[in-house]
Design a protein around this ligand. Structure first.
Ligand code: MEZ
Length: 527
């Protein structure tokens, strides 16, 4: 059938579908579905890591290569510091800014270094909200239970308890700083329900929640006059002879020169790995999301957790070609948007957990019920006009202005026609193992946000990422600042590189590969 005829079917079947209620998957069927269709279970995409703290653990091939890759820095580098600071924060997204602000508020001298510009991060791309249990009908305990269930019971309980309990304090902090969360007509904070949650607890700013939070955090970093280095990417960590972290080597991207930073404590907040395009997936992630913290922390001896599990957000755009992989927020499904196959049928409860919804979409496509775009991609429909039908004309425009505009640029009116979607690589569920204060297994090396692991188990719930950034950014910043008060700078060495390189030679590591990767491999190479 032609694409237009298939699209017409979505309009024709709308009333029948509106009368249906689809149950969520029962637990046993859910596991079978995920094992069969979720990309985490494609064995050929994985291999064991050859050496280092996670030797023998399975991860995707793209990441294994980077973890075994060599540092771009020579062991002979002159380590005379270019900068000296109490706390070095690496990363200018939500976690990095939160960490820097709290470290500064605790009296530390802070240097914030970021690969691109302040704010360039996945945080600004988080559309649908931040989960915080603030209503009378809800509680941190309920938030804990929902998240644990969504994560297949594999979440680190201590990290999770810390996150849900600190949520309300974070909401107050953000409101005090000036974040304009949506409100009901009576002025109370408006909350929405996300996939896998038993209660509405998403605080939103239309469909640009992360952008609004980042607007305020960026302003605050500048207002507080925190020392900032933009276009300065961390490429290696420094350690002393006891294995504690003592600073980092940055690369000034303008002139390629190395900058040596002596820091009493270092906080890595470089985000996730979407731009590695694992298994060839398109991604919703920003251009710099190449997982820089992972190989650097790994070489210095930090253990990683759950690096065999990734989140494929169910609704990434597959049409038009310019938007392939871009996020179409879960908020649209939260407000009633249906997923519809080529036969005009719903096939999954749209608010089941993301791994279930993504697996169901992949199943529809693999079993011949997907819709092929003019460029040959497969997807299913997201019935966006349904929101205006259900809640009145203008609903989409009012609640999802950024999404409406994003498609309008390419001549698509999502208030009139459904959009084609397919899972997009969205989030790294695991990362560097941390304690409740964000400290890794390497002393004085902290990790906050998506680069860390354990909190979300094997599947993150919508809106828990923004809360993660704020809670663990704060805890890492506060602890790193307090620690720095009571210590002197450590010795700056690259001794760990000699050990790592010897191991790599023994195990024929990823010869000729340098990590971190910094930019996707299709980046324009200059100079
Ligand atoms: O937390 C997220 O991943 C999120 C809010 C995404 C979205 O669909 O908007």
């Amino acid at each position: 059938m032609q694409l237009l005829a298939l699209q017409e079917l979505v309009h024709k079947t709308r009333d029948t579908r509106r009368a249906q209620t689809l149950p969520k998957f029962p637990a046993n069927e859910r596991d079978t579905l995920i094992k069969k269709y979720h990309p985490d279970h494609r064995e050929s995409a994985y291999r064991p890591i050859k050496f280092g703290p996670n030797a023998g653990d399975m991860t995707v091939r793209e990441l294994a290569t980077l973890l075994e890759g060599d540092s771009p820095v020579s062991a002979e580098l002159d380590l005379t510091p270019t900068y000296s600071t109490d706390v070095l924060v690496v990363g200018g997204g939500g976690a990095g800014c939160a960490a820097a602000l709290h470290a500064h508020a605790h009296g530390a001298q802070v240097l914030l270094a970021t690969k691109l510009r302040l704010g360039d991060s996945n945080t600004v791309m988080a559309q649908g909200g931040i989960q915080i249990a603030i209503t009378k009908e809800d509680s941190p305990v309920q938030h804990f239970l929902d998240t644990l269930k969504g994560g297949h019971m594999k979440n680190d309980h201590r990290l999770l308890k810390t996150m849900v309990e600190e949520g309300p304090t974070i909401a107050k902090w953000l409101l005090d700083l000036g974040v304009l969360f949506d409100r009901d007509p009576d002025g109370n904070l408006h909350v929405k329900k996300g996939g896998g949650s038993s209660k509405p607890r998403l605080l939103t700013c239309s469909d640009y929640t992360g952008l609004e939070i980042m607007r305020v955090l960026k302003d605050e970093v500048l207002n507080q006059k925190i020392q900032l280095l933009e276009f300065s990417a961390a490429v290696e960590l420094l350690g002393d002879s006891d294995g504690a972290c003592t600073g980092a080597v940055l690369q000034d991207l303008d002139n390629k020169r190395y900058l040596v930073v002596a820091a009493k404590t270092v906080i890595l907040a470089t985000g996730g790995i979407g731009r590695l395009h694992i298994q060839g997936f398109p991604t919703s992630n920003h251009y710099g999301a190449t997982g820089d913290a992972l190989p650097m922390a790994y070489r210095l001896g930090a253990k990683l957790l759950q690096i065999d599990t990734f989140q494929y957000h169910p609704t990434g755009a597959v049409y038009p070609e310019q938007l392939v992989g871009a996020l179409v927020t879960e908020g649209i499904r939260s407000e009633g948007g249906h997923l519809v196959n080529a036969k005009g049928e719903r096939f999954v409860n749209e608010l089941d957990t993301r791994d279930v919804v993504s697996s169901s979409i992949i199943r529809e496509c693999e079993e011949g019920r997907g819709v092929r775009t003019v460029t040959g991609r497969l997807g299913v429909w997201l019935d966006t006009p349904l929101l205006d039908v259900e809640s009145g004309q203008g609903t989409l425009e009012k609640h999802f202005p950024a999404m409406v505009r994003q498609f309008k640029r390419y001549g698509i009116d999502i208030t009139k026609d459904p959009v084609l979607i397919y899972p997009t690589l969205h989030y790294q569920n695991g990362g560097v193992q941390i304690d409740v204060n964000g400290e890794s297994g390497v002393r004085n090396l902290f990790v906050a946000g998506e680069a860390s692991g354990g909190l979300h188990g094997r599947n993150r719930l919508m809106g828990n990422s923004l809360l993660d950034l704020m809670v663990f950014g704060k805890r890492a910043g506060t602890t790193a600042a307090e620690r720095a008060k009571a210590m002197k700078h450590g010795k700056l060495t690259l001794q760990h590189l000699a050990r790592f390189r010897a191991e790599a030679r023994k195990h024929s590591g990823a010869l000729g590969v340098h990590s971190p990767m910094l930019f996707p491999d299709y980046a324009r190479k200059e100079g």
